[in-house]
Design a protein around this ligand. Structure first.
Ligand code: 3H9
Length: 698
């Protein structure tokens, strides 16, 4: 049964039992309504405790229902708001006993209860804004009444959960010191004795007197991006302050219904499920189990290696950080310690936790130190010879069950695996920089990678808090192979007279976190040059703009040298346009125009965005067709988590689908006659799907 009922000496304990996460689908809503009606009429029940087990009180409304329309959907009766009104209006006291996640509609249910008691592992939040919606079951009306308007809007706009001590400090819940259910039952009994049923719906939501009349407008002005969901969140909380409770509820639900069908929300809902789908490995036999990974060695104590070691230590793994000499490992460890100290200073970490993490980090200068680990992650210099040497040695010194992983971003994993006697135990783990921050982890499956090893790598990604995406072997795997085409177009645009800041501006206005030139300044223009040189050496003779090499020749490698396509404030790293770059770009475009006889032409934002993004989608379709990615949505997950693609646009493949593949083909056909038009031949899969009237992401 979705709701289990246990009557304990006058208190009915209702346990939500809808695996995996107690999301409030229609079945759970109906069953909870029936259970509530039943216990309200039973004379031997004087109060109710509502709980959800130890891991998930509830993950909120069932997101899958949003897409399924009215019948059986989020608006089918009883709706979540209906159910919460039942709880609020219940004649007997209702206590929410919360352990684990209590999110979205789950927290709204708890807010509808008269009391809330939380276990130490509780995490409470209203993440709806991340799905492009707002809390539509009273959250925007009750939370401000529970913890004040400012704190409530903060939680609603950030979508970030609070932990149990914070919830207690905010006055959202009482912290259970012992057994959660026993404590909640005690609260319920006391309330029954007192006849107390404090209802948030009867409280007022007021702004503090010092907030000022234009407080809500300032919240709107302060939004990073005025997307529909955050705007509606502010409007709904304003209604909590300005309208009677019931009218506020109606306003909120009307806003919810409008939001749930916006393109932004649909893209965000898609992204939510795409991320979960990415965890599944196609064709994996059900009996394949991941191995346990407790001890890892990281080879290379540079920025990437130290970052990976940090991620592993943070996740509770024992780590050996290895490099050729003492000075290098000491430098790596010092960097890690500095990072922890900075987190400590910002209050993100306490001293005990920092010391625990540092205690898991060990250093060594001999690869033999990796003999007994479960997994080695090589993050040495990006050079095939260097990597093959390391793998040859590792193969000799490591135990037969040790998995050998490479963090290569472009090199042929199979050629690395081939120098070992255990190619089945070799896998790619391509972290993105900075490793502790970036969520993406490309898990590269070599031709011989054993299913168990792949499953272990994906399980490890989850343990490390990363989003693992399986990729096949090719130059650049999923993300960097596609970005090459994106950058190619960006540089071609400069060839045609568009200034770098204009290209970046157009894409950033469209929603990218960073335009391609700012991105390369961050990654290092010398790194880009080395990758291009590697490709050319491997026989890639496709045309490329000479502009980036000209910039590199000036030593303008990007942020690390203070200058790249922009100039950077040494203290703040704030970027500024540089007249020198404008002049260079103009001179470069003149040269190209003269050499190729190009007619002058004005290129606007629309074309810039279309060319850069469709180059991504076309290459994505190519690699999907080749089987490098398992599914189109995995490609989107890569771009959303590794390349600053805006989540509310769903990813490059979803974006192409949103435009309509026929329109995409039409646009590409238009570019075919333009400058370097040969790059606009549609990938066979794109052509196929468009012709069949299908989508890439279906
Ligand atoms: C809302 O509440 C709206 C209301 O305000 C108004 C209504 C009128 N629905 O993430 P996991 C599935 S909006 C449906 O791997 P974890 C998920 O797809 C909701 N399905 O586990 C996966 O399925 P599968 C606001 C859901 O332990 C499985 O559960 N709430 C939902 O790493 C396991 O998920 C949120 O935004 C859902 N709500 O993390 C919270 N949640 O196995 C969304 C999960 O088939 N959820 N599933 O792939 C989460 O953040 C995480 O899932 C959670 C667990 C932290 C709960």
């Amino acid at each position: 049964m979705p709701v289990q009922i246990d009557i304990r000496d006058g208190v009915a304990v209702l346990t939500l039992n809808r695996p995996p996460v107690n999301s409030f689908d229609l079945a759970l809503r109906r069953d909870l309504r029936a259970a509530m009606a039943m216990v309200m009429t039973r004379p031997d029940v004087e109060a109710v405790v509502l709980t959800g087990g130890t891991r998930h009180f509830s993950a909120g409304a069932d997101i899958e229902e949003f897409a399924s329309g009215t019948r059986g959907g989020a608006t089918a009766v009883p709706t979540l708001p209906d159910l919460i009104i039942d709880l609020d209006q219940a004649a007997k006291p209702v206590v929410a006993a919360i352990a684990g996640t209590c999110l979205g509609g789950g927290l709204e249910v708890a807010l509808g209860c008269h009391y809330r008691v939380v276990a130490a592992n509780a995490s409470l939040g209203l993440p709806e804004v991340k799905l492009g919606i707002l809390p539509g079951a009273g959250g925007t009306q009750r939370l401000p009444r529970a913890i004040g308007v400012k704190a409530a809007l903060d939680m609603i706009l950030s979508g970030m959960p609070v932990n149990a001590p914070t919830a207690a400090r905010l006055g959202l819940a009482t912290l259970s010191e012992g057994d959660l259910i026993e404590d909640a039952v005690a609260v319920a009994r006391q309330a029954a004795r007192d006849g107390a049923k404090p209802r948030l719906s009867l409280r007022r939501a007021e702004l503090p007197t010092d907030a000022g009349a234009d407080w809500f407008q300032r919240q709107v002005d302060g939004l990073k991006r005025p997307l529909p969901a955050p705007l509606a969140c502010i409007e709904a909380v304003r209604a909590a302050v300005e309208l009677p409770f019931n009218q506020g509820l109606q306003r909120e639900f009307a806003l919810f219904r409008d939001l749930v069908v916006t393109p932004e929300s649909k893209a965000l809902q898609y992204a939510f499920f795409a991320e979960r789908r990415a965890a599944r490995i196609e064709g994996l036999a059900p009996d394949v189990q991941p191995r346990s990974v407790q001890r890892v060695a990281v080879i290379g104590a540079g920025t990437m290696g130290a970052g990976i070691a940090t991620v592993a230590a943070n996740a509770g793994l024992e780590v050996i950080l290895l490099d050729r000499d003492e000075a290098s490992v000491r430098k790596g460890l010092a960097g890690i310690t500095k990072g922890y100290d900075a987190a400590l200073a910002k209050g993100r970490l306490d001293e005990a936790e920092r010391d625990r993490r540092l205690g898991r980090l060990h250093t060594a200068t001999d690869l033999a130190a990796a003999a007994a680990v479960d997994l080695v992650i090589e993050a040495a210099f990006e050079d095939m010879g260097v990597k093959q040497d390391i793998f040859r040695t590792l193969d000799k010194v490591c135990g037969p069950d040790t998995i050998l992983a490479s963090n290569t971003s472009t090199l042929d994993l199979d050629a690395i695996a081939a120098v070992t006697g255990r190619p089945g135990q070799v896998v790619g783990l391509h972290f993105f920089s900075p490793a502790p921050v970036m969520r993406l982890l490309e898990v590269v499956r070599g031709a011989e990678t054993a299913p168990e090893v792949l499953a272990t790598a994906m399980a490890l990604a989850r343990k490390l808090g990363k989003v693992g995406v399986v990729a096949g072997v090719c130059n650049g795997f999923i993300g960097n192979r596609m970005v090459e085409e994106y950058l190619r177009q960006a540089y071609f645009l400069v060839d045609e007279g568009v200034l770098p800041w204009h290209v970046d501006g157009a894409l950033e206005r469209w929603g990218m976190a960073m335009g391609p030139f700012a991105m390369m300044d961050l990654a290092g223009n010398d790194i880009g040059r080395a990758i291009r040189a590697g490709r050319q050496a491997a026989g890639d003779d496709r045309p490329y703009s000479t502009f980036p090499d000209k910039i590199c020749a000036l030593g303008r490698y990007g942020q690390k040298t203070g200058k790249g396509y922009y100039q950077y404030d040494p203290a703040t790293r704030a970027r500024e346009t540089d007249p020198e770059i404008d002049a260079l770009a103009q001179a470069h475009a003149k040269e190209v125009a003269r050499d190729l006889g190009l007619p002058p032409r004005v290129i606007g934002d629309e074309e810039i965005v279309a060319r850069c993004l469709l180059a991504l989608a076309n290459e994505g379709a190519a690699l999907l067709g080749e089987g490098i990615a398992q599914r189109a949505s995995d490609i989107d997950v890569v771009y959303l988590n590794g390349y600053g693609f805006p989540a509310h646009k769903g990813g490059p493949m979803y974006h192409a689908d949103s435009l309509g593949l026929e329109n995409v083909l039409r646009l590409m056909e238009g570019f075919l006659d333009g400058y370097q038009g040969q790059f606009w031949r549609p990938a066979p899969l794109l052509w196929e799907k468009a012709s069949a009237g299908r989508r890439l992401t279906a």
